[in-house]
Design a protein around this ligand. Sequence first.
Ligand code: ZN
Length: 245
Amino acid sequence: MARKFLLCFHDINIWNYRKVVPEIRSLKDLCGRGFSLLVIPCTDGATPEAVREFRDTLLQLESEGFELALHGYKHKAEFSQGRSYMGLVGMNLTGGEAEFAGLCEYESSRLLQCGLKAWNDLFSAEGSTSVVTHTLPAAFIPPTWYSNRHLPGQVRAAKMLYEDRFSLTTAKGFRYASPVASFAGLPASLEKLAVAFGSLIMRLPVGIPRLAIHPDDYPRMRGVVRDLVRAALNNRRTLAHYGEL
Ligand SMILES: [Zn+2]
């Protein structure tokens, strides 16, 4: 079996996509194929025209060979009730971005359904050139990877691949070890270490390493990201999609 790696562009939303799409296309040229785009589906506060443009851009990217995955609901938690102590810790560590952290079973399921509904609303927005019934997201990735003990099962019951910080579990329950390199939220003093870790996991003989890119990595980390992608390709890894696992 050919060795694989995943390239995952996180946090694409209706407010930032215009800025990141040029970076995404330029990375595709380097990779030779599209990769995984993690979409925040909530479009609250945007005009219907803006929603349609966002949707059309995502579908255009998909037709160019990118795959679309669901990345939470709002990527911002609105309440702290019903969270475990560890969930509150996760929320504090991420400035409130870990919306699934430590939720009880009911709230976790409710929020997952909100994410799926926002996804469906986004892709069925009226006024497009074609009527789209978009298929399920290729995967579900909880924002910041902080989760709760109910979410993995809920995601798989919804027939999506589930990703956590250390592994990937397909809807059928097959689990891959999957170390991830990411620069999000890292102080500058730790960036070199993260780059070294990224190049290490691309060389390890096991698992499916992931490179997680965030809009905030640009423009500063552009060169580093490209170096890591080259390192993966030079190590004869092929760029895989969640949908192929
Ligand atoms: Zn995120």
